[in-house]
Design a binder for this molecule. Structure first.
Ligand SMILES: [Zn+2]
Length: 139
């Protein structure tokens, strides 16, 4: 009985998260962050002019919702590259909630977390050096 109540709570949380995500996607589809000013501004970019690893993500999502994969890649290639991993993690949790069956994880060892952190830092540095403009990892 207790497990069933806990599962119901997680289903409710998942449903609310799904609704919030759908609302955010619809907003990003309808209103381009490049032309509408109500989206949050990156404090690092605003104060220093530097691009953080997340800069361009909202604009990239806008482009993806319109099917413009190349434009999204130019805005934030790391985000686009990590999307399949994010989809898998969400799908894995939803499948577990629906069936109770735990599917194999991608990130099962601490080393993957460290590699991700190192990749974020490296991406954040590389996209701010002038050569990155030639490699198209900055916007
Ligand atoms: Zn930023």
């Amino acid at each position: 009985m207790k497990g069933s109540a806990a599962t119901s709570s997680w289903v409710l949380v998942a449903a609310i998260a799904a609704l919030a995500a759908a609302g955010a996607l619809v907003t990003l589809f309808l209103f381009d962050p490049a032309t509408h000013g109500f989206y949050p501004i990156c404090p690092l970019h605003q104060t220093t002019g530097l691009l953080c690893p997340g800069c361009g993500t909202l604009r990239a999502v806008h482009q993806l919702t319109h099917g413009n994969f190349a434009a999204a890649w130019r805005l934030n290639p790391l985000f686009v590259a990590l999307l399949p991993v994010g989809f898998w993690l969400v799908a894995r949790e939803l499948i577990c909630l629906a069936t109770g069956r735990r599917l194999p994880g991608i990130v099962t060892r601490p080393i993957f977390g460290w590699v991700l952190v190192a990749g974020l830092v490296a991406f954040g540095i590389l996209r701010n050096v002038p050569i990155s403009r030639l490699m198209a990892i900055s916007h």
